[in-house]
Design a protein around this ligand. Structure first.
Ligand code: ADP
Ligand code: MG
Length: 178
């Protein structure tokens, strides 16, 4: 069973994946798999351009039992289930600023989170999709939520409850490009 742990850059995928690995789960990183199976086509400011169709085939070779693949393209690998981590765009912007990314790249990603880009892609490509609002959770609590989904407690993570547009309200001007 292949589980995608996905979400906009900065939402906490790698942090949560590391906690799950320490708890005994089999966790793989999409970037490492892309390198290993020669699926990196290009590299654009620090961001790998990956041949996801090729990688989707290759990744089957390393799925053993429950396998979690972490990365913002993991929902495109034909997983059985996708878990989309979500984060309030205002908080996400602060996090991405700390990464020292250029303004354009930060706003591109913050806007993508605002309008649910990864969630919509996941819903288009994956049979079972859940989302976790990580905004007020610690990484440990997010890992607990992932474990709940894996154990079948899924109802409260059904997509559609998150509405960043109404939550950011008056601050919309701070996070969209003009
Ligand atoms: P991703 O892998 O999705 O790009 P990271 O795991 O690298 O995101 O997390 C981005 C930053 O946010 C890191 O500095 C991390 O420590 C912090 N972070 C991640 N999850 C949380 C959380 N639930 N609460 C507070 N900070 C977090
Ligand atoms: Mg990461």
């Amino acid at each position: 069973m292949l589980i995608a742990l996905t979400g906009t850059p900065g939402v906490g995928k790698s942090t949560v994946a590391e906690i799950l690995r320490k708890r005994g789960y089999r966790v793989l990183h999409l970037n490492e798999l892309a390198e290993r199976f020669n699926c990196v086509i290009d590299e654009e400011d620090d961001c790998k351009v990956v041949d996801v169709d090729k990688l989707a085939k290759e990744v089957r070779k390393v799925v053993r039992g429950l396998t979690i693949v972490e990365g913002h393209l993991s929902h495109l690998l034909n997983p059985d289930l996708a878990i989309v981590l979500r984060c309030n765009p205002l908080l996400l912007k602060e996090r991405l600023e700390r990464r020292g990314w250029k303004e354009e790249k930060i706003l591109e990603n913050v806007e993508a989170e605002l309008i649910d880009v990864i969630l919509v892609e996941a819903l288009d490509n994956v049979e079972e999709v859940y989302e976790i609002d990580t905004t007020n959770l610690t990484p440990e609590e997010v890992a607990n939520a992932v474990e709940e989904i894996l154990k079948g407690v899924k109802d409260k993570y059904k997509p559609g409850r998150i509405d960043w547009l109404s939550e950011v309200g008056d601050h919309l001007d701070d996070i969209i490009r003009r």
